[in-house]
Design a protein around this ligand. Structure first.
Ligand code: SF4
Length: 231
């Protein structure tokens, strides 16, 4: 068995997205040795069979149609057309999802209100649950006084993503939207959430919830992010 690990992020050519006519076959002859399109043929074939399930195939088909509808052909070339929130609403409509579950962080309470207004104005029903639901003290998961954000001596509610997910599960929402949960809390939420789910925005406390800003600046103002790799 090959010891190569897939390294698509280091691929110089991205041959899996070829610029060829639809009656031609993509070739991986010149693909790098770490290419999973070459290395993982067995997994590719096995996982593709999942799309033979009617509901999976239909979901995937609608997702691709939605992707297509995010662009438009103009005399100047292909242009992007709609922001993600509109993409999300259109995709929900395509799937017949009417009851939306919104899982948000209290740090984005204003955003959650606006997102709710936007969805409701398009006729969706929105059920929302914040991360602090239950107001369970952080001591419940072993947080010490000196590990509280507000400082020792203050009541601090823990982020409670499992309850957040279970409440949305119990509401039998059609589709869940994640808004700004912390790293790790989102991991737990995703693990426990049963309905189909998408992410509208992730939290980044420093960049206005745009984590790629630090990535774009990682050769300049945020070069400390690369420090370890240089050693
Ligand atoms: S699948 Fe192969 S060709 Fe595609 S990005 Fe990964 S390494 Fe490159």
């Amino acid at each position: 068995m090959s010891k190569e690990r897939p390294q698509c992020a280091k691929c110089p050519r991205i041959l899996c997205e070829p610029d060829i006519a639809s009656d031609l076959k993509p070739s991986f002859e010149e693909a790098p040795r770490f290419c999973p399109s070459k290395l993982k043929q067995d997994i590719i074939e096995k996982s593709l069979r999942e799309y033979d399930r009617d509901n999976v195939r239909e979901f995937a088909r609608l997702a691709s149609i939605q992707e297509f509808q995010c662009y438009e052909h103009t005399p100047d070339g292909i242009r992007t057309k709609i922001p993600r929130i509109e993409e999300t609403m259109q995709f929900a409509e395509k799937n017949g999802f009417r009851k939306i579950g919104l899982a948000f962080c209290t740090g984005l309470a204003n955003e959650a209100r606006m997102v709710t207004e936007i969805f409701e104005s398009s006729g969706f029903e929105v059920v929302s649950v914040c991360c602090k639901v239950g107001a369970i003290p952080k001591e419940r998961i072993g947080i010490k006084e000196e590990e509280k954000i507000s400082g020792p001596g203050w009541y601090e509610s823990m982020c409670n993503p499992i309850t957040q997910a279970e409440i949305l599960n119990s509401e039998e929402v059609d589709f869940v939207i994640l808004l700004g949960l912390c790293v790790g809390h989102d991991t737990l939420f995703i693990r426990y959430c049963r309905p189909p789910m998408t992410v509208l925005a992730v939290k980044d406390r420093v960049t206005g919830h745009n984590p790629l800003a630090a990535v774009y600046l990682s050769h300049s103002y945020y070069k400390r992010l690369r420090r370890k790799a240089k050693k």
